[in-house]
Design a protein around this ligand. Structure first.
Ligand code: SF4
Length: 449
């Protein structure tokens, strides 16, 4: 029954869950109870408070839901009376077009989509995925053209973390057979960074496991930033060290860090289900502290951990409130030996719908395709580039990604170009708070004195 999900999800998503439940009730009860209740919902939504076009769509939607709830007789009718099937198909596509047009118009106007539209997008059918990608792609091309920014992760300290994030192979008690090591030297990190920059990376992300850095750790990272910038002054350096204490963001900024990453990961409502050793608010505070210190805020999420559509919408809206410059979208890498080991719930189409949602919510922000893209998007990875304008190149923190050659070929084959190190990522209207220094020490330009 493809039109049920669209009718109940795409038209009036705020009532989608209720209506879906009623459709199921209708099926299970032979139709009588559910049909009666659906009729009540349809009547309730016919209040004068609804504007005429919206009401029209609601009535259309619930009419489809009502008819579809009749099940086999309706299918039989559709298969024997082609005009009815065609009319139903036209109606559902009109609803989809309206939803995508509204999301696109709001994104291009810098407006936040309505929660019910976001739920509607997540409820669209797999068969409609190309329409969804095309709409998101229009927004992506408006602000970022066909450029793809490449980023590279350097894991400076792996495993041995006292926190218990369920999705993480480096967590306390993880049996995942990952590499575990303490801090690598500044020179080793800089050597890795140099290879990545030569391969096209414009940003290097220095990451260390742990609840948060000590002062000695900030010193190590400062040395590493200096070693990287010594060889490549224009490269962006992002740092990801966990929860920050007072003054640490300032020290990183003074050491030359460009950005600080700290993901919210999931909704506030769902947070306690994925971690017990720190809170959603702790994470919000650290992103805010980084932003106050003048670091470019980078914060995103992980999907595929059992979250609901409502959780996805909530974390997207919470992130929008933080006003990040970049938003990494991760799909769970379900390591054996972690609480979410072997947990596979994503499909390539669902990943694309999530990416499209983030493009509509963050039209002019760097949306980055991050961990898990290869194993969840699989053959549909090139489509994701029509939504995300940024991606990681190479391996992740504890698992291997596809080769750089494969990534560069995929980018070129899909018609995209790798963003140059001197190119501006964000559009002028929301250019980074931070201007990368290209004068004074380390250059042949005079200092700003
Ligand atoms: S996500 Fe970070 S804080 Fe959480 S367990 Fe992994 S390394 Fe530790």
């Amino acid at each position: 029954m493809p039109c049920v999900a669209l009718a109940t999800g795409g038209i009036e998503p705020g009532l989608a869950g209720l209506a879906s439940g009623l459709v199921n009730t209708a099926r299970q009860s032979g139709g009588v109870l559910g049909l009666a209740a659906l009729t009540a919902v349809a009547a309730a939504t016919s209040s004068p408070a609804h504007d005429a076009p919206a009401l029209d769509r609601v009535v259309h939607g619930y009419a489809i839901a009502l008819i579809t709830a009749a099940g086999p007789p309706f299918s039989w009718l559709c298969s024997h009376y082609k005009p009815l099937a065609e009319r139903m198909s036209r109606m559902t596509h009109t609803v989809l077009d309206d939803l995508l047009n509204s999301l696109t118009a709001k994104a291009l106007a810098g407006q936040v989509p309505h929660r019910k539209e976001m739920l509607g997008l997540l409820a669209t059918e797999d068969d409609d995925i190309l329409d969804v990608v095309a709409a998101g792609s229009r927004v992506r091309r408006t602000y970022f053209g066909m450029r793809v920014k490449l980023n590279h992760l350097v894991n400076m300290k792996s495993g041995l973390c006292p926190e218990d994030c369920h999705y993480c192979s480096q967590r306390l008690g993880s049996d995942a057979e990952i590499m575990k090591y303490s801090w690598i030297t500044a020179n080793e990190a800089a050597r890795n960074a140099r290879h990545a920059i030569a391969a096209g990376a414009k940003r290097v992300c220095l990451v260390a496991s742990g609840r948060g850095p000590g002062e000695r750790d900030i010193d190590r990272v400062a040395d590493t930033i200096a070693a990287i910038k010594d060889a490549a002054p224009a490269v962006e350096v992002c740092v990801c060290l966990g929860l920050l204490k007072a003054g640490q963001a300032d020290r990183l900024r003074e050491a030359g860090a460009h950005a600080y990453n700290h993901n919210l990961n999931t909704s506030a409502e769902n947070y306690a289900d994925i971690c017990s050793t720190h809170t959603f608010d702790d994470r919000v505070q650290t992103v805010a502290a980084a932003q106050r210190a003048g670091l470019s805020p980078c914060s995103g999420a992980i999907f595929g951990m059992g979250e609901s559509d409502a959780d996805i919408v909530s974390v997207a809206l919470a992130l929008r409130e933080l006003d990040p410059d970049s938003v990494p979208i991760n799909f769970l890498i379900p390591f054996q030996g972690t609480p979410l080991g072997g947990h596979w719930e994503l499909t390539p189409q669902r990943c694309l719908r999530i990416l499209a949602l983030f493009r509509f919510v963050f039209p002019d922000v760097e949306v980055r395709l991050a961990g898990g893209r290869e194993i969840h998007l699989r053959g549909l990875q090139p489509l994701a580039l029509h939504l995300a304008n940024s991606m990681f190149l190479g391996d992740y923190l504890t698992s291997e990604g596809q080769s750089g050659d494969q990534d560069r070929t995929m980018i070129a084959d899909a018609g995209f170009v790798i963003e140059g190190i001197a190119e501006q990522t964000l559009p002028d209207a929301r250019h980074d708070l931070v201007t990368i220094r290209r004068r004074g020490a380390g250059t042949d330009q005079p200092a700003n004195t």
